[in-house]
Design a protein around this ligand. Structure first.
Ligand code: AR6
Length: 189
């Protein structure tokens, strides 16, 4: 079951699924600064997309060095349905007093900026930082949803998807969405 919202002309979809299977123009990866792959959603994206993605990541690191926390880089999608992968680096949760909220917001904003610059019209996000990086899920969901809702008011997309991997994560997002979108005067469609 998917939950749909509309913010201006942008469709916002919250669903349970596997981000590697999404047919949006781009998908976002929850990467680390090395951009050399890892576990979780990062491992799944590199496995499904094939070696081309890592090859491009290596070239980016050779040119510019590691990707700082809160920033993102873009590569092709290799064998994925998505044409591009945006590799965003979220913060490791350190208790909440180390700027984690703002860094997570920056990871979403950097991804949205890269997509907008490339003319990408549809984009799927995972729940960045909520796995290995242990960011509290409800807090991360509110930051993800409010950052995207605010952004698309000024720079609309066709569709932004939030792809959650478990029932529990989906529920967390649905609850956060009710609160965040109520604040924006919106209800599910
Ligand atoms: N589709 C959608 N979501 C997924 C998938 C998938 N195929 N697989 C996992 N998730 P994590 P992080 C969810 O740990 O916390 C990596 O090793 C997962 O359930 O992937 O940002 C990187 O290389 C969770 O809700 O990312 C970094 O070193 C969410 O994706 C580090 O982990 C994020 O969990 C990044 O940690």
């Amino acid at each position: 079951m998917a939950m749909n919202y509309r913010v201006g002309s942008t469709k916002i979809v919250i669903l349970k699924g596997d981000i590697t299977q999404q047919d949006t123009e781009a998908i976002v990866n929850a990467a680390n600064s090395s951009l050399m792959g890892g576990g979780g959603v990062d491992g799944a994206i590199h496995r499904a997309g094939g070696p081309q993605i890592l090859e491009e990541c290596k070239q980016i690191v050779a040119r510019r060095g590691p990707c700082p926390t809160g920033k993102a880089v873009i590569t092709g999608g290799g064998r994925l349905k998505a044409r591009y992968v945006i590799h965003a680096v979220g913060p490791v949760w350190r208790g909440g007093e180390a700027g984690e909220d703002e860094l997570l917001r920056q990871a979403y904003l950097s991804s949205l900026d890269l997509a907008a610059e490339r003319g990408i019209r549809s984009l799927s996000f995972p729940a960045i930082s909520t796995g290995a990086y242990r960011f509290p899920k409800d807090r991360a969901a509110r930051i993800a949803l409010s950052t995207v809702a605010e952004y698309v008011k000024a720079r609309p997309f066709e569709e932004i998807r939030f792809v959650l991997f478990s029932d529990e994560d989906l529920q967390e997002y649905e609850e956060a969405a009710r609160a965040v979108f109520r604040r924006h005067g919106l209800s599910p469609s």
